[in-house]
Design a protein around this ligand. Structure first.
Ligand code: ZN
Length: 227
């Protein structure tokens, strides 16, 4: 799943308004960020196979260290533990912040589960694989992604207040940009605009990593315009 994960980030502001949206963006996409790095390092493998699902050409051959159920609990637990150790103010928020960020990390697996083919391993690379396969329908999967993003945005706008003009309109404009960017997965001509290089796993991984950090930066910046 792509931008649907950010719906979780937006919605979690309702639990703790003081956690930066940028941090929530990193948490909800934490395992994908790790996955892209692992693909670049050759630790995990993805093949480009046009038509493997209706929605995108990605055949997730081997990615147990980031996308198995066991790994998802491991990374969520690791993020939880790290944020139990990093001091936050007031100290009473400590466990809540850790819990929210850990939950955001864990949510990634369960949203991926809806759209992926049965390629998500339970544990190791050759263990039983699961996935409900919504990516076999472009319409259904893009609708779900859009609804998750806009639903989360609605909660976010409801729970925060704009401090500036940018704060009032910026996040909605950003969400529209994310919806357009999401089309790149579905339309080759749009993908060529966002990724003006041959579609190889390495090109895809490095560009998408760049986009992830761009989105995190924008979310962090726009979030400061709302209180
Ligand atoms: Zn993923």
């Amino acid at each position: 799943m792509g931008i649907g994960h950010y719906g979780v980030s937006f919605a979690l502001k309702a639990v703790d308004k003081n956690i930066s949206l940028g941090l929530l963006f990193v948490a909800a996409q934490f395992v994908d960020i790790l996955w892209l790095i692992f693909v670049l390092l050759g630790i995990e493998r993805v093949h480009i196979v046009p038509g493997v699902t209706a929605a995108n050409p990605f055949d997730f051959v081997f990615y147990p260290f980031t996308h198995s159920l066991v790994a998802s609990f491991f990374w969520a637990g690791a993020v939880y533990m790290i944020f139990r150790l990093i001091p936050v103010k007031p100290a009473s928020r400590q466990s809540q912040v850790a819990l929210v960020l850990g939950a955001a990390v864990l949510s990634h697996f369960f949203l991926d589960l809806i759209v992926h083919r049965p390629d998500l391993p339970l544990a190791s690379g050759d263990s039983y694989k699961i996935g409900l396969g919504l990516w076999n329908s472009v319409l259904a999967s893009s609708l779900l992604e859009g609804l998750l993003l806009l639903g989360g945005l609605w909660v976010y706008l409801d729970k925060t207040k704009s401090l500036t003009v940018m704060g009032k309109y910026g996040m909605s404009i950003f969400a529209v940009c994310l919806l357009v960017a999401n089309l790149s997965v579905y339309r080759e001509d749009v993908l060529n605009f966002f990724l003006p290089l041959p579609l190889t796993p390495e090109n895809f991984a490095s560009f998408t990593l760049g986009y992830h950090f761009l989105f995190v930066g924008i979310a962090f910046w726009l979030d400061q315009k709302r209180g």
